[in-house]
Design a binder for this molecule. Structure first.
Ligand code: SAM
Length: 278
């Protein structure tokens, strides 16, 4: 099985999630109303990576979550790749309260996992949405937000967006790729935010649309305010961390969204600590 090599930015992402997961269960174990706290890794991978920096094996997010001091009371891991779920099942066979699902997390979250964690169950979920690219659907984020108790880390995949959709002129993007972007954002309003008409260029009657400057920052700000806050209803959203590759190229925003102010405060502190490295 091919094991992914990951860059420093992914190692930082793993550290951030691990630190917050530790804080999350430490707080939750002292809340008398809370009947359990669930960890969901909806794009879990196989559980290990190879560090590009050191060449050594490092644990992925699903294994890190098993190592925190106060374990979660249940774990749900999803991956679409059968080989990966097989390896992850082997690596975790001796841990109780784990369920590993093979398939599309957009379906499995909505049909099988979120209904087990409704407000009435008094369980508190932390959900990691860490796809490589535009594989997450907006309805999945909305279904999660509707629980009113869930907290999410979301990998907002700028690299996939910039490479496949957000070309300098929107007309040159493949319509299927534009649809993937709409599906992720749950809206095509990003086109208005990121593109403006070029009055001098008019190709065969089509309006030529060019990308505005600072498009990544504008896109992130729009997604935070208009989508996560207004459309999905998350009340507390941290200023996302922009992860870049070693040449400074933007890779993804790491978002955190919650219905709870304490979670946001803790994540803000963790984000600030790591922003210095980026
Ligand atoms: C970035 S990796 C996850 C890494 C992991 N969170 C970690 O940090 O160790 C993304 C994973 O999502 C899986 N994937 C892609 N599309 C998916 C989908 N629709 N549903 C579930 N898993 C998917 C891929 O097979 C891959 O293992």
């Amino acid at each position: 099985m091919k094991i992914d090599k990951i860059g420093e930015w992914s190692e930082i992402k793993l550290e951030i999630i691990k630190e917050y997961a530790h804080a999350f269960t430490t707080i939750m174990k002292n809340q008398s109303w809370c009947q359990g706290y669930a960890y969901i890794d909806a794009f879990s991978g196989l559980g290990v990576h190879i560090s590009r920096k050191t060449g050594e094996f490092i644990k992925g997010s699903p294994l890190n979550a098993l190592e925190i001091e106060n374990p979660f009371t249940e774990y749900h891991y999803i991956d679409i790749d059968k080989e990966k779920t097989k390896v992850l099942s082997r690596l975790t066979h001796d841990i109780p309260n784990i369920k590993i699902y093979e398939g599309d997390s957009n379906e499995i979250l909505r049909k099988d996992i979120l209904p087990l964690l409704t407000y009435e169950t008094r369980k508190k979920p932390l959900c990691i949405l860490d796809p490589y690219g535009l594989h997450l659907h907006w309805e999945t984020i909305v279904a999660a937000a509707k629980l009113k108790t869930i907290e999410i880390f979301l990998n907002f995949p700028l690299m996939d967006m910039n490479r496949n959709v957000l070309h300098k002129d929107l007309l040159s993007a493949d319509p299927d790729q534009i649809e993937r972007m709409d599906r992720f954002c749950g809206s095509n309003e990003w086109q208005e935010i990121l593109y403006e008409e070029d009055k001098q260029m008019n190709l065969f009657g089509d309006t030529y649309k060019v990308k505005v400057v600072n498009s990544n920052i504008k896109l992130g700000a729009w997604f935070k305010k208009e989508r996560l806050e207004k459309a999905a209803g998350f009340k507390f959203i941290s200023e996302p961390v922009l992860m870049r590759n070693s040449k400074g190229g933007p890779l993804f925003f790491l978002f955190f969204a919650s219905h709870n102010e304490t979670g946001k405060k803790i994540v803000n502190e963790i984000f600030e600590k790591y922003r210095g490295y980026l």
